[in-house]
Design a protein around this ligand. Structure first.
Ligand SMILES: Nc1ncnc2c1ncn2[C@@H]1O[C@H](COP(=O)(O)OP(=O)(O)OP(=O)(O)O)[C@@H](O)[C@H]1O
Ligand code: SF4
Ligand SMILES: [Mg+2]
Length: 329
């Protein structure tokens, strides 16, 4: 769902991830496509349950047991990941390829293991370094993220939230990845700590030539880091484009409402909220999934056919029937 000017580092095409539940399959990721170019940050934004984490987990192939369908194409650095077996995936992707800072992982650090070992573990398991060599690298990694190297000797409960988040970033960077997926990396932190972590992410990106996929429900936060933004709704990307264009000229009604719902200090209007509830992903609404909540709903069209993706500018796409008259699919 975007232009091909620069060879992408990551190209995701028609990615599908469904979970099986007693009530039927949950369409968490329902045929999404996007690319990430080397050195850029793509933000994936959307409400809770829109499929952001599932998209990330599908890319990095960390799937729960109840997967009902997992399909599509994920090409990373020229290699089709969907064709790799688990061992090839570990060698080619988990080491020096793609790393992830998992949502909520601050609270899942192992309480009985020292921080250093947890940072070093991937080098022992995936690279085969000795414990001693890996621990030395762990010290370097915690320093890289702005912590004192003695932190490696401490236990998670001895660290503040901001320090734990830095440890998680060190863990993700220790294998020297090209692409880092950051899933809500600051959402559990206070505003000051959040700002510090955002600055750290910016510094690391520049110093290590990293490419980011930055997942957040917070549009304002996404705008700080993102070159391009993909807006997710009900397991699909509904708008994708350069962040300044998407913010200044949103083309999908959901993006417009999402932007209006962001509280702004100096705005002359109060923030609005989006009426209705997110779609049921077991029995999603027919046609456009946003139609039950959309102020521009067109009966017989929006509830009948899934909207196509329309190109509104060279690098800006939105999936909404309102854009059909332009005729530039
Ligand atoms: N293992 C699972 N089994 C069944 N349904 C799941 C499972 N994991 C996620 N889901 C459902 O899939 C949908 C997408 O979830 P996902 O966690 O990807 O959303 P998200 O955009 O990351 O949300 P959040 O902002 O709350 O983190 C939701 O409806 C969620 O309830
Ligand atoms: S396709 Fe119709 S319902 Fe969906 S966002 Fe566009 S106008 Fe609204
Ligand atoms: Mg999530």
């Amino acid at each position: 769902m975007d232009s091909e000017a620069v060879e992408p580092l990551l190209k995701v095409t028609d990615l599908v991830l469904k979970y099986s539940t007693r009530a039927g399959p949950v369409r968490a990721v329902d045929g999404i496509s996007f690319t990430v170019r080397p050195g850029e940050t793509l933000a994936l934004v959307g409400e809770s349950g829109s499929g952001k984490s599932s998209t990330a987990l599908a890319i990095i192939r960390i799937l729960p047991r109840n997967v009902a369908e997992f399909s599509g194409s994920v090409v990373f650095n020229g290699t089709e990941l969907m064709k790799l077996d688990d061992e090839e995936f570990r060698r080619k992707v988990r080491v020096g390829g793609i790393s992830m800072v998992f949502q909520g992982a601050m609270n899942s650090l192992n309480p009985v293991l020292k921080v250093g070992f947890q940072v070093a573990e991937s080098l022992i398991v995936n690279v085969g370094l000795s414990k001693q060599e890996a621990m030395k690298k762990a010290e370097e990694a915690v320093e890289l993220v702005g912590l004192d190297r003695t932190v490696v000797q401490r236990y998670p409960h001895e660290l503040s939230g901001g320090m734990k988040q830095r440890v998680l970033i060190a863990m993700a960077l220790i294998t020297r990845p090209k692409l880092v997926i950051l899933d809500e990396p600051t959402s559990a932190l206070d505003v000051m700590t959040q700002a510090n972590i955002m600055n750290l992410l910016k510094r690391l990106k520049a110093e290590m030539s990293l490419t980011y996929v930055f997942i957040t429900h917070d549009l304002a936060l996404a705008s700080e880091l993102a070159d391009r933004v993909g807006v997710m709704y009900g397991g699909k990307i509904v708008e994708l484009g350069p962040s300044d264009t998407v913010y200044s000229n949103p083309r999908h009604p959901y993006t417009k409402l999402l932007l209006e719902s962001v509280p702004m200090l100096r705005a002359d209007r109060p923030p609005t909220f989006i009426p209705g509830t997110p779609p049921d992903l077991i029995n999603p609404p027919p046609g456009c999934r946003f139609h039950p909540r959309c102020p521009y709903f067109m009966k017989g069209k929006c509830d009948a056919k899934v909207p196509k993706e329309f190109r509104t500018d060279s690098d800006h796409l939105a999936a909404c029937w309102l854009l059909e008259e332009r005729g530039d699919e």
